[in-house]
Design a protein around this ligand. Structure first.
Ligand SMILES: C[S@@+](CC[C@H](N)C(=O)[O-])C[C@H]1O[C@@H](n2cnc3c(N)ncnc32)[C@H](O)[C@@H]1O
Ligand code: SF4
Length: 312
């Protein structure tokens, strides 16, 4: 219901090309860790083979998933995750009724919990990701308690981004970036232990959020058709990594993103969209039309135009 990608049954990466791509990412670019996500990575028929290939290269693997899989698939995937730093990030949006409603499946919550329990049983570190939508603080606190009791290592929160299906489902949210910060502090003081941490999702990292959200610099998304995009929410194609070397696409992206800064207090502090745009180039490009005077866009226009030209 809330997916910013509006992902449904879409194309899948061809396995041979996926292997060549990860070889290029690891061997040529020197990346040490790869996150496999989607759509839903557990639905990819070659996921185990891809994980095993990455493990042979001593690459850290993380999987961002709904945890919605049969026991057989979950067992195969989790058994393949043999690296000491490997991680599964499972999305849990709330307790059973809420989670199932957001996910649109009656057994989504049960399966996600089964996946988490199996991962922990197999010694794979588990992080849980929760999108703050309209859950109450009491529900969120109970969720923290419940995930800690399950021996989850980290529970991360992010706010709902009004993109993709989240917009067409008209999902309202009671949380903003501004109310999430103090919430996280309250939860941390109550629930953090040596073995369990409450955090903001990495995309909300306050130490970097006012400098660069990471679009195209800290991250790049390769979609199932091997088009490189600067972030999960920007649909612009920077190049196709089958048609040209990945390194060429990385260089081109670095040039495009040079000097582009993210919406911050100095430019946007007076704007009513600030909490939605703060730190997000993609959100700012969506929200700028809802204000008569987007100062951020005015200041970034020349630089960001190069990126927008690629979109066109
Ligand atoms: C796009 S999903 C892909 C992985 C997997 N299919 C899943 O459901 O977790 C990755 C994460 O993004 C979160 N997410 C999806 N749409 C969002 C939105 N509109 N705003 C904020 N987070 C969102 C999901 O809850 C999930 O934790
Ligand atoms: S709409 Fe423009 S000025 Fe307002 S917060 Fe977003 S980027 Fe800043």
């Amino acid at each position: 219901m809330h997916c910013y990608l509006d992902a449904a049954d879409g194309p899948m990466m061809d396995y041979r090309s996926a292997v060549s791509l990860v070889d290029e990412i690891v061997d040529v670019i020197g990346v040490q860790g790869i996150q496999l996500t989607g759509g839903e990575p557990l639905g990819y028929p070659y996921l185990v083979e891809l994980i095993e290939h990455l493990e042979q290269k001593y690459t850290q693997v993380s999987i961002a998933t709904s945890g919605y899989a049969s026991d057989a698939v979950a067992t195969r995937v989790l058994s393949a995750l043999s690296g000491p730093m490997d991680l599964v990030q499972v999305s849990i949006d709330g307790f059973e009724g809420y989670h199932n409603k957001i996910r649109g499946r009656k057994d989504a919550f049960t399966r996600a919990l089964a996946f988490i329990d199996l991962a922990i049983c197999k010694g794979v570190k588990v992080s849980v990701a929760t999108t703050l939508i309209s859950q109450t603080e009491a529900e969120i606190a109970s969720l923290c308690e419940s995930m800690r009791a399950r021996r989850v290592s980290v529970l991360r929160f992010g706010v709902l981004l009004q993109e993709g299906r989240a917009t067409s489902s008209h999902l309202g949210t009671s949380w903003s970036e501004g109310s999430m910060r103090p919430l996280i502090e309250r939860l941390k003081s109550k629930f953090d232990t040596d073995d369990f941490r409450i955090e903001a999702l990495e995309t909300h990292d306050l130490s970097t959020i006012d400098h660069a959200c990471g679009t195209g610099i800290k991250m790049m998304v390769i979609d199932p058709d091997f088009n490189a995009r600067p972030c999960p929410m920007l649909m612009c194609k920077l190049g196709n990594v089958i048609d040209e070397p990945l390194m060429a696409v990385v260089r081109k992206t670095n040039t495009l993103m040079k000097g582009v800064s993210t919406p911050c207090e100095a430019t946007c502090g007076q704007c009513s969209n600030f909490s939605a745009c703060r730190g997000y180039i993609a959100a700012a490009l969506t929200n700028r039309d809802s204000t008569s005077n987007c100062l951020w866009f005015e200041m970034q226009e020349k630089r960001i135009q190069r990126l927008l030209d690629v979109v066109a």
